[in-house]
Design a protein around this ligand. Structure first.
Ligand code: FAD
Ligand code: NAD
Length: 467
């Protein structure tokens, strides 16, 4: 039986980062992954492939709609979906191979197969051919991630009634893609196909899209995506999905109680993700799950069995790759006797539509509910020289600061490159900056980042220069 200090089950951004940090700290480390490639959901069927297709479809959209404005005259561009998917696969291949390389470089032993507990210190690896291997490990980190949530009344046929995984592999551009769920996946993958020419209709149960983000972002994104041609049915609950040959029919009810029937050729079900523990046999180790099937952990990400930890999508909290990675690092350092800490309030969230949406800290609605007195700075992207030069004028930056201390409590933005811009807000808030601190820092001109300075000037004393 092979013996290890730490064994990580699952090689997503939680698991592989945990394994590398464990190895850096001198632990004899193993990682078990049931799929033939490393990297989990994020690298194989999540973050990376979706961004590859978002980028390809964005280039196509610009060629078709924006080049002429820039004085670039081309024949009508054609979308070659097969090539876009092939390119996406190349990107995934390079990225997942990069993780295998990092495992080797850090002398981490990799096992391909399903990891399942035999006891709190023994793990069985069942390989594809059915053969098994036993591992003994002082510590185990569960990083088995999540899978798409399925609504009980929808049967996924994975051809026309699909999840994000199949939406990354389509053989044709849908004529009419119906998206159930106006959250992150629905809007990102809906954007991909909208840009490639599909009609896209989103059915969202809540009264707004991206409902957990600041309401101002939801409103602006709704406006911009509608301008791009996406259709929305809000406050509408899906009741059934039927397929008849190449046609799919979604029947839903809106808040007035009226029946809404939408016909298309593909339905993307994007109503959230659920923790994945199938095959892990946690009960043999005595590890408790919570009422939603997540591995129960304390503030140190330790399960009720002291040598077993859990991280990432399989535990409570935001289902984000960078959150999983922070947790992987934290657990490795905790096992090494260090005292790491994660400020969960400062885990940024990004939606990679165009324009991008990004946020960190508390929303205006949350602060209001907590009774915190705030002052709010807003700055529209269109007032920036950089935005006019590029033609990306939609969106704004909103900074919420404490009314008395001026400390920045939340930054919410929608606009070009917001995904990268949000890092400035994270740094500022990590160092507990005031809005005035940001407003007094020099921001290169012309950049989108100047919007941060201007919004801070507006928040701290209503003295934005360019608006
Ligand atoms: P996962 O990445 O899910 O990895 C878990 C791994 O464990 C899998 O490889 C699985 O095969 C393996 N496993 C499970 N059980 C076993 C077992 N018993 N034995 C062996 N192996 C096992 N997040 C972002 O932050 N940014 C994004 O842009 C983003 N885009 C996304 C786009 C899409 C379409 C999707 C679906 C998700 C996206 N996410 C994004 C979310 C992100 O992918 C997850 O939050 C992240 O992958 C979670 O990491 P993890 O390590 O917890 O689990
Ligand atoms: P989500 O939670 O972001 O959105 C799901 C949406 O579906 C919600 O708006 C919800 O109100 C709606 N919904 C739920 N039940 C419904 C019903 N019956 N009818 C209509 N609408 C319904 O989940 P997701 O978009 O599936 O993404 C899953 C996870 O993956 C998220 O936690 C997200 O953080 C992560 N992810 C992140 C990124 C990113 O960081 N850019 C990208 C993709 C996915």
């Amino acid at each position: 039986m092979s013996q290890f200090d730490v064994t990580v089950i699952g090689s997503g951004p939680g698991g592989y980062v945990a394994a590398i940090r464990c190895a850096q700290l001198g632990f004899k480390t193993a990682i078990i992954e049931k799929y033939p490639t490393m990297g989990g959901t994020c690298l194989n069927v999540g973050c990376i492939p979706s961004k590859a297709l978002l980028d390809s479809s964005e280039h196509f959209h610009n060629a078709a709609h924006n080049f002429a404005d820039h004085g670039i005259i081309i024949n009508e561009p054609k979308a070659d979906l097969a090539r876009m998917i092939a390119r996406k696969n190349e990107v995934v291949d390079q990225t997942t191979k990069g993780i295998s390389f990092l495992m080797d470089k850090n002398k981490i032993t990799t096992f391909e197969g399903v990891g399942s507990f035999e006891s709190a210190t023994q793990i069985k690896v069942t390989k594809n051919d059915g053969s098994t291997e036993m591992i003994e490990s002082k510590y185990t980190i569960i990083a088995t991630g999540s899978k798409p949530t399925v609504l009980p009344f929808i049967t996924l046929d994975k051809e026309r009634i699909i999840t994000s995984t199949e939406a990354l592999e389509l053989k044709e551009i849908p004529k009419h893609l119906i998206v159930i769920g106006g959250g992150v996946i629905g809007l990102e993958l809906g954007s991909v196909y909208k840009r490639l020419g599909s009609e896209v209709t989103v059915v969202e149960f809540m009264d707004k899209i991206i409902p957990t983000m600041d309401a101002s972002l939801s409103k602006e994104l709704n406006k911009v995506l509608r301008k791009q041609g996406m259709k929305f049915n809000l406050s509408t609950g899906v009741q059934s999905v039927e397929r008849n040959g190449d046609t799919v029919k979604v029947t839903a009810k809106n808040k007035k109680g009226e029946e809404v029937v939408i016909e298309g050729d593909y339905v993307l079900v994007a109503v959230g993700r659920s923790p994945f523990t199938k095959g892990l046999e946690v009960e043999k180790a005595g590890v408790d799950l919570d009422e939603r099937g997540r591995v129960k952990v304390n503030e140190h990400l330790q399960t009720n069995v002291s040598n077993i930890y859990a991280i990432g999508d399989v535990v409570a909290g935001a289902m984000l790759a960078h959150k999983a990675s922070e947790e992987g690092t934290m657990v490795a350092e905790l096992i090494a006797g260090q005292k790491p800490h994660i400020n969960y309030n400062l885990i940024p969230g990004v939606v990679y539509t165009w324009p991008e949406v990004a946020a960190v800290g508390k929303t205006e609605e949350q602060l209001k509910a907590e009774g915190v007195e705030v002052k709010i700075g807003n700055f529209p992207m269109r007032a920036l020289g950089r935005s006019r030069a590029s033609g990306d004028v939609d969106g704004f930056i909103k900074i919420i600061a404490d009314a008395k201390t001026d400390e920045v409590l939340g930054v919410h933005m929608i606009g070009a490159r917001a995904a990268d811009l949000i890092a400035e807000a994270v740094v500022a808030m990590e160092f507990r900056a005031s809005a005035e601190d940001i407003s007094r820092m020099s921001h290169a001109h012309p950049t989108y980042a100047e919007g941060m300075k201007e919004a801070a000037l507006d928040a701290t004393a209503k003295i934005a220069i360019h608006f």
